[in-house]
Design a protein around this ligand. Structure first.
Ligand code: GCW
Length: 712
């Protein structure tokens, strides 16, 4: 076998690579060609058949074309190889080295898997002689194995590397795009999008050119995401049509994503039978409505056989839902689940249901209570192909909130936790705010008390039947995908945590740094790594320090949610109040004297949160209204804590800006410039937050800063 006989590399390469072509340059995020150097310099055999095996072959071929390696596709060559990707049931090859490697993989599996199988997406990596092998039961496993080899770089070929096996903890690892097809008059093309337009839609139509979507799919597969919903959960008229008339647009996207093991899901309107079907009702118990959903769903599957299912925001912020017909959310979700069940589809039904027409004068209504009050009583009533999708906190993706008690209240329901990768409340991709540590805290929270089951356990479920992890996406058609180049790490981290929610977020960030800024392409890789860790590791806490204090939340400008607006929501209908007066601040959510929200937790936390003495400092104002002189566990008073953290937060951001300057000339200048420019804005905005918050509380309380710093 010689090079000429190897697969025609040209044919296997993408027709045009957006990264290298004449079109606008798109940043490669964490998959720059350089990240494939180690793999691309090897002799690689891909053994097996299937769509995703072809994808592996494409990827390997591109890397080998660039870095001088060779690639072969089975069936029967006897060649010298360094790396084999093989399906376990693929035929034997007349190659002793390859067969020895496969045997080593099998042995590794027996040794490590402890009777468990690899499943549809798992793989084993092992060494025998000079050969590294990746074995999988299904093509998707080979694809994930490929990206694992990329991450390992040279370490994948270390002769002493012991066998390892990997399998995602969660079955569904999903991103929700809040992308509108038609530009929304207020929210624009992407609701809460901070990275330009949509990569799927523009001005009422599909963008047609799917190159960018293909690159996106690749990025997502490499970090483990396997499902996307492609339109906003707020479904307007044009978006509703994706289910019927415009299904072809969705099918085209599905065709591209499928090549990277990603399924398409669709946000649908609960009123679709009326809006699209011309029926007089969308009542979930009406026979005609059921027939309509069944027929419509059948047509979806005729067009997209691996369609994932529906995502629904119902009876929330103006979206239609079962309440209109006097039905509950189990009736609503089960209606769609029944239509999807024959095809293997799933409904993601959001628990984000609350009254958004509250009267601020009414202290008895508490938005934090709403999801639990609506959903907990329905436990056990949802069909098995319903996943109730619960925002991680009881209010709305704040920088700090307690974990939603719904996640501990529905043992007989498949639950998914919903995170927000798009930084609506965390700096809108103008601020560095690395969310990995926050999500890890969410996932490792033990709602039944320390040492007990965690949120990660809940969403994993028994026998991996839990609802998985979902996040609102943060990409757009921006050249850096995410506006702020460092916000790419949030997307990457989400995928990796969804693959394994127990992983350490700092290790994940380190992985992202190595891929995005490959050491072989950097003059001082250690300086780059150290600087990025210094800037990013603690950036979420820094953000917390200079924004709303002690878990009180909101205090953002109404509407766009950017920048400080301390009283912005205080007298509105949205249910997000802080109740600051001259004596104190915070929301009394206790059973004893407040809204009773603490009672929604299992006993351990119900008790901890009930008393200001035991409530953790960082959540104090979420649960309690306390005087400014209240002494925290940290020893500081509430008012002094507010001053100190706000001054510290701005100092930390200034330090971030200074540190970033070290990288000038050391990394891609366009990345350098974009981040530098955003850090200027972060310093400006953090300063504004500091001064408004400090001044507000100084004026309310009259208590001076004990260190006499500038307050206006
Ligand atoms: O956080 C809020 C956002 C809305 C969003 C809503 C939701 C899609 O401000 O823009 O609507 O949450 O989660 O449905």
């Amino acid at each position: 076998m010689n090079a000429e006989e190897s697969v025609d590399l040209e044919q296997l390469m993408f027709v045009d690579e957006p990264m290298d072509g004449d079109g606008p340059r798109v940043h490669p995020a964490w998959l720059p060609p350089e990240a494939f150097r180690s793999l691309g310099a090897r002799r690689v055999l891909v053994h097996g058949e299937g769509l995703l095996v072809d994808t592996v072959l494409d990827e390997v071929s591109r890397a080998c074309a660039r870095y001088g390696g060779l690639v072969w596709h089975s069936p029967s060559w006897d060649v010298d190889v360094d790396l084999v990707f093989a399906l376990r049931d693929a035929a034997e090859l007349p190659n002793p080295a390859v067969e020895a490697a496969r045997a080593a993989g099998e042995a590794g599996l027996v040794e490590l898997a402890d009777g468990e199988t690899l499943g549809d997406e798992g793989f084993v990596l092992a060494r025998a002689g000079d050969v590294t092998v990746v074995l999988a039961d299904a093509p998707a496993g080979l694809l994930y194995g490929l990206f694992h080899v990329v991450r390992l770089c040279a370490a994948a070929f270390d002769p002493a590397r012991p066998p390892e096996w990997h399998r995602p903890a969660l079955r569904r690892r999903m991103l929700n795009h809040w992308d509108n097809v038609a530009v929304h008059p207020v929210m624009g093309q992407v609701e809460r999008g901070y990275a330009g337009g949509s990569i799927f839609w523009r001005d009422g139509r599909s963008r047609g050119d799917l190159d960018r979507v293909r690159e996106y799919a690749r990025l997502l597969a490499s970090c483990g995401v396997n499902a996307i919903s492609v339109n906003n959960v707020n479904v307007a008229r044009t978006e509703a049509l994706l289910l019927t008339e415009r299904l072809g647009d969705v099918a085209e996207i599905a065709d591209v994503l499928r090549r990277y093991g990603i399924r398409v899901h669709l946000s649908v309107s609960f009123a679709a039978p009326v809006v699209l079907g011309g029926l007089s009702t969308a009542d979930p118990l009406d026979e005609n409505v059921r027939v309509w959903w069944a027929a419509t769903t059948r047509r979806v599957y005729e067009r997209i056989p691996d369609f994932g299912g529906y995502l629904v925001k119902a009876d929330s912020e103006g979206q239609p839902g079962p309440f209109t017909y006097g039905r509950d959310h189990a009736d609503g979700a089960n209606l769609l689940a029944e239509a999807l069940a024959p095809h293997g589809g799933v409904v993601h039904w959001r628990a984000f249901v609350y009254n958004h027409h509250q009267d601020w004068r009414d202290r008895s209504t508490d938005r934090a209570r709403a999801a639990y009050d609506h959903f907990a009583p329905l436990d056990g009533r949802f069909r098995t192909n319903v996943v109730v999708q619960v925002k991680f906190g009881p209010v709305d993706f704040q920088t700090r909130e307690p974990i939603s008690p719904v996640l501990a209240a529905m043992p007989a329901t498949r639950l998914a936790v919903e995170l927000q990768v798009t930084q609506e409340y965390t700096g809108q991709q103008r601020h560095v705010c690395h969310l990995g540590p926050w999500w890890s805290e969410v996932l490792s929270f033990a709602p039944w008390g320390p040492g007990g089951r965690t949120i990660a356990d809940v969403v994993t479920g028994e026998a991996a039947a839990g609802g998985g992890m979902v996040a609102v996406a943060n990409v757009g058609d921006d050249p850096f995908w995410t506006g702020h180049p460092l916000a790419q790490a949030n997307l990457y981290t989400f995928g990796r945590l969804a693959w394994d929610p127990r992983r350490d977020p700092t290790t994940i960030l380190d992985e992202w740094i190595t891929l995005t800024f490959p050491p072989s392409a950097t003059a001082d890789a250690e300086l780059v790594r150290r600087t990025l860790h210094e800037i990013m590791d603690d950036s979420w806490r820094t953000y917390e320090r200079y924004t709303a204090p002690l878990g009180v939340g909101f205090m953002v400008n109404p509407g766009d949610h950017y920048g400080p607006g301390v009283d912005g929501y205080e007298y509105t209908r949205w249910g997000t109040y802080h109740f600051a007066d001259r004596d104190g601040v915070g929301v009394d959510r206790t059973r004893a004297s407040g809204t009773g929200f603490t009672g929604q937790y299992p006993p351990y936390w119900a008790q901890v949160y009930e008393s200001p003495e035991s409530c953790p400092d960082e959540l104090l104002l979420f649960f309690h209204h306390v005087p400014y002189g209240h002494v925290l566990h940290s020893g500081s008073t509430v008012i002094q804590h507010i001053y100190d953290t706000h001054f510290a937060g701005v100092e930390e951001v200034t330090a971030m800006r200074r540190r970033w300057q070290r990288l000038n000339g050391m990394i891609d200048p366009s990345v350098y410039e974009r981040v530098a420019e955003r850090l200027e804005e972060q310093v400006r905005c953090a300063t504004e937050w500091r001064d408004q918050i400090n001044t507000y509380f100084f004026r309310k309380s009259g208590v001076p800063d004990e260190r006499g710093r500038d307050i206006y």
